[in-house]
Design a protein around this ligand. Structure first.
Ligand code: FES
Length: 381
């Protein structure tokens, strides 16, 4: 950038937003639209849309959210970043343009994906972000459009959208464009109702391929498990598998839960089913339903008790023990832990029997009571 180029913001806004892969301007946009069309045809052809039980509100939220993201939120974030960068850090403009293409691609993708991993994980662990993300988990059926089902503010705060803008400003916009296309391919396919990996898991000779693939990339089985309603089915694990393109982050940070099966049910337990407009515009819009996390002044209250509950266990059956102390069905989990760092503990009964289960959450032998609540009560005296 020479000192005689005062029109820097214009240059970046007009030129650097274009992902001119293969010399074709905006080719990244055309490729992503092609991927979407491909999955529309695939899901329609598989009869998924005819069988779908989704409400009109589900469709409105997902389609609206996709177009708002693609046409308004993302371009605005890029414009704002390029304009700010051109004013406060003009020397950074195009500073990485000489990087070899594949180095730039890896640089963009790896940082993008680890940012999204932590953002997504935080959205499951912190109440405010969870409220922006929970509608993504309300979907009771999978489908590629579910990928885009979040509150508008969730996208505005998403660090990796800002990252793509920073990379574009730094002069590696073409690598960013290809990175977006590749990432959308993985994300859309991992949400789709047509799960390509089912065939690989069922076909003996193909299994080694998918076993290697799933250790690097997010597969439908891996991500569907994240959308399953409850861990009680032994397949789902909504508090794991936060990755978006690469599964390496989940493996590295201890949240990977690999499975070859698919959840029996998707969605949220005890879901009050808010209107799509509240889901999309929270916190600008809130619901009047006091049971909803999206209502004004909603608070989760502790249900911890300083006494155990005797539960009847049936051999071979799965149970989820609440560790967060918020369930209204103690000592069992009722999914109130969403938006906290807690997750339920799966227990499979090895015999039919009665047992004393902990309600104080102080036990060191969960789910069983080890009388820690007595110590707590004694210490309080
Ligand atoms: S409600 Fe699920 S861990 Fe407490």
């Amino acid at each position: 950038m020479s000192a005689e180029s005062p029109e820097l913001p214009k240059i970046y806004i007009l030129d650097r937003m274009n992902g001119d892969l293969f010399g074709v301007p905006n080719s990244d946009v055309y490729l992503v639209i092609s991927i979407l069309l491909f999955f529309i045809v695939l899901e329609l052809g598989a009869g998924y849309w005819n069988r779908s039980r989704r409400s009109s509100g589900d469709w409105i939220q997902e389609v609206l959210s996709y177009f708002a993201l693609a046409l308004i939120i993302k371009p605005l974030i890029v414009l704002v970043t390029l304009a700010i960068g051109s004013v406060i850090l003009p020397s950074f403009a195009s500073s990485l343009a000489s990087w070899p293409f594949f180095i730039a691609l890896l640089f963009y993708l790896l940082i993008d994906d680890v940012l999204q991993y932590w953002y997504h994980r935080s959205a499951h662990e912190y109440p405010f972000l969870w409220k922006l993300h929970r509608s993504h988990h309300q979907a009771e059926e999978m489908g590629f459009f579910v990928s885009y089902r979040n509150a508008a503010l969730y996208y505005i705060l998403m660090p990796n959208i800002w990252w793509l803008a920073v990379c574009t400003f730094s002069g590696i916009g073409t690598a960013v464009a290809l990175g977006i296309v590749l990432k959308q391919l993985i994300i859309i396919s991992s949400h789709s109702a047509v799960a390509y990996d089912k065939w690989f898991y069922k076909t003996k000779w193909a299994q080694p391929f998918i076993r290697v693939w799933e250790r690097i990339f997010i597969t439908p089985a891996f991500h569907h498990a994240h959308h399953g309603k409850s861990k009680i089915d032994g397949i789902s694990d909504p508090n794991s598998n936060f990755g978006n393109m690469f599964s390496i982050w989940d493996q590295l940070f201890g949240t990977a839960s690999f499975t070859t099966e698919f959840p029996l049910e998707y969605g949220l337990e005890n879901d009050p089913k808010e209107n799509w407009s509240v889901n999309y515009l929270y916190p600008l819009l809130k619901t009047d339903d006091p049971k909803s996390e999206l209502s004004k002044g909603f608070q989760k209250t502790s249900t911890i008790k300083m006494e155990a509950t005797v539960v009847e266990l049936e051999k071979g059956k799965n149970y989820l023990w609440c560790t967060c102390g918020l369930s209204k069905n103690q000592p069992f989990c009722d999914s109130s832990h969403h938006g906290t760092k807690y997750k339920p503990q799966l227990f499979t009964a090895t015999k039919t029997s009665k047992a004393k289960w902990c309600n104080c959450k102080l036990t060191k032998k969960g789910p069983f009571c080890d009388n820690s609540h007595f110590e707590f009560v004694d210490n309080k005296k």
